[in-house]
Write a protein that binds this ligand. Structure first.
Ligand code: PRX
Length: 635
């Protein structure tokens, strides 16, 4: 591991230079440390116009041999997954590399027994229990493509995702513990499957003991299936560019997109970025608090850490239960060395006060990470002072579902730290800023649209079933560049500071949401004619959801109407998409061509109504006055 770790500023500069001058040599050298059934014929071929990107073409491998088998000789008895249950009194689970290897093999055999084979898509809708990680790896073991769906999504969203990828199996549990609540996952799956014809089998883990209905010939119990199979499963030999997984994420238009990642490039990049961004050393205990339903969980709970032979913690619960000290209690309990979380969590815990922090030592922490949304200065300093005790570098990691791994981040004890700056690109990453005309801005101290102009191994390959959408969304805005959708500033030192999305995507508590998706959900309410959703600054969530709604009939009871709208959104997408504020309006600011001027709505939503800019192109400027008047009367 050490040989690929950057430990000094000089080394970073030299490595970065080498990585962009000779990318193929650079990545081949890192790839060399893995187990391959056959090495590549060509390191890289690419054409962003199509787009077509291939890394390690011709190579044969199985990623789970690199996550598991490769470590057995040297780290067989080391803890691979350390699981902390929702209830702090329930027993912790420690799975060594040997045990995890066996469990993955065993469950891979269960998948096969239930008809799964190479290339099949398997939907995983599960709580944060070790079996979730085992399931993910078991899919990869047999060459099936996993599609993990965050277990907070509604039946509707789940069904859309299952149908889009035509999954043949669903892996789930009876229920999920979240703080003092139980979520009935199997009931949600049953509701979703009423709309899915591709699913032949459902494998159900018993976790909460919630009563469930098992459909004959379709549903089987996880634990019972395990007893019927052997522990050992030969890894399927895969091509470097075979699909590893699909993960759905929101865009500015339409339904969520199934971002596709392929095996070899994703493997090489998640490993390399993990060991560098977190400065992981052999005895460390690493904890990323994300859910495996998001890319952060895929890359930096499962794949990156296991590829590096690390001990990775999985936490089933939530940060505020039994109290707001839970994260810090876990850090002390398991002697955590690297801690990786989202600004929303930091802000929420900060708001609860220091009494939940001060009783913990937090003296094993070495590196603190942040991901998913911009971290504001106040949260940064609180994290630095009260959690890191001014002793732990904070790595603010910028990346996306589509990038597969961290792109811009400080490297601990190497990069100068600047609060709110993601800082510098990792080796192999070539970011650039462009203006609205697509011209690259070469100077420092500029602001522009963030693009990446050279391929990196873990980049998106396609959108499942819709390659053209992939091209249009990411590769058509600017010639020969991957467009991120983010606005960004580069300072005098060349450090990058992410400003936020420039499209109709909002980032609520680090969760990506398309405004159109939320609007479509709201519009399902029978009394809604039209709606417009925008983000606005929210002290804890980063951005909140503000919905402007036109109704058919006047709303007499705004409280009841709001509740009904929230219900509809909850059902269509899930609780994470529920608007924070709802304002009933009689009209929306539209241009003569019928386009909603969201810029104006964003200003009103943020409480900044003094200067709304040019409204002369509006079809009916008076609607703006009406909305401004009503802005104080919202639910
Ligand atoms: O706007 C950026 C924001 O999150 C978006 C990507 O969301 P998602 O695909 O869900 O992945 C989140 C976890 C990798 C980006 O386009 N974002 C992510 N990290 C940061 C960030 N914004 C500011 N600073 C970050 N460190």
């Amino acid at each position: 591991m050490k040989e690929h770790q950057i430990i000094s500023w000089e080394q970073y500069k030299a490595t970065y230079k080498h990585s962009i001058e000779a990318p193929e040599v650079f990545w081949a050298d890192i790839a060399d440390s893995f187990k391959w059934h056959k090495k590549w014929d060509k390191v890289l071929s690419w054409d962003f116009k199509k787009p077509s990107v291939q890394w390690f073409e011709g190579a044969k491998l199985n990623i789970t041999e690199n996550c598991l088998d490769r470590h057995l000789a040297t780290r067989g008895d080391k803890v691979a997954i350390l699981w902390e249950p929702n209830n702090p009194n329930e027993e912790v689970v420690r799975l060594t590399y040997k045990q995890l290897h066996q469990k993955v093999g065993q469950f891979a055999n269960v998948l096969k027994r239930n008809g799964a084979k190479k290339g099949d898509r398997i939907c995983i809708y599960m709580p944060m229990v070790p079996e979730l990680a085992i399931a993910v790896l078991a899919c990869a073991r047999i060459g099936a493509i996993h599609s993990v769906v965050f277990a907070g999504f509604s039946a509707n969203s789940l069904a859309d995702r299952i149908n889009d990828a035509t999954c043949s199996l669903v892996l789930t549990a009876d229920g999920s513990f979240r703080g003092n609540k139980i979520i009935d996952l199997k009931i949600i799956v049953d509701e979703a499957l009423a709309r899915c014809t591709s699913v032949k089998k459902v494998i159900v883990l018993k976790r909460t003991g919630t009563p469930v209905t098992m459909q004959v010939n379709r549903d089987v119990w996880w634990q019972e299936e395990l007893e019927k199979v052997a522990h050992n499963c030969m890894a399927e030999v895969m091509d470097a560019e075979d699909m590893l997984f699909v993960l759905y994420t929101s865009g500015s238009t339409g339904k969520p997109k199934g971002v596709v990642h392929t095996i070899a490039g994703y493997m090489v990049y998640t490993y390399y970025s993990f060991i560098n961004v977190f400065g992981y050393s052999e005895e460390d205990v690493y904890w990323c608090t994300a859910d495996i339903g998001w890319i952060t969980g895929h890359s930096y709970i499962i794949y990156g850490p296991l590829l590096a032979g690390a001990t990775t913690i999985m936490f089933e619960g939530i940060p505020t239960w039994p109290d707001a000290g839970r994260f810090w209690a876990i850090c002390d309990k398991h002697q955590v060395n690297q801690f990786y979380t989202a600004p929303t969590a930091i802000r929420a815990l900060m708001a609860k006060g220091l009494k939940y922090v001060n009783s913990y030592k937090l003296d094993t922490l070495k590196v603190l990470g942040s991901v998913g949304e911009p971290i504001n200065e106040e949260a940064w300093h609180w994290y630095d002072e009260h959690i890191g005790k001014k002793n732990c570098p904070i790595v603010d990691t910028w990346w996306q579902t589509e990038t597969g791994g961290i792109q811009i981040s400080a490297i601990p004890h190497v990069t100068k730290l600047k609060p709110t700056y993601a800082s510098l690109p990792l080796p192999g990453i070539v970011p650039c800023l462009v203006n609205n005309e697509g011209e690259e801005l070469h100077d420092n101290e500029v602001e522009g649209l963030l693009c990446i102009k050279f391929p990196w191994p873990s980049m998106i390959r396609t959108i499942y079933g819709d390659h053209e959408r992939c091209r249009l969304t990411y590769f058509s805005a600017f010639d020969n560049k991957y467009f991120t959708g983010d606005g960004c500033r580069r300072d005098a030192d060349g450090f990058y500071r992410i400003i936020g999305r420039v499209d109709d995507v909002i980032n609520v508590s680090g969760h990506r949401m398309g405004t159109a998706e939320v609007e479509n959900a709201i519009n399902e309410h029978p009394n809604v004619v039209e709606s417009a959703v925008v983000g606005y600054p929210h002290a804890i969530k980063g951005q909140g959801i503000y919905a402007f709604i036109i109704t058919n009939n006047p709303v007499n009871n705004i409280e009841a109407f709001t509740q009904a709208v929230l219900q509809v959104v909850n059902k269509a997408i899930g609780p994470i998409a529920k608007p924070d504020k709802i304002q009933v309006v009689t009209g929306l600011p539209k241009t003569r061509s019928g386009k909603i001027m969201r810029r104006i709505l964003r200003k009103i939503a943020s409480g900044d109504i003094s200067n709304l800019g040019d409204t002369s192109t509006l079809l009916d400027p008076s609607v703006v006055e009406a909305i401004k008047k009503g802005a104080g009367l919202i639910a």
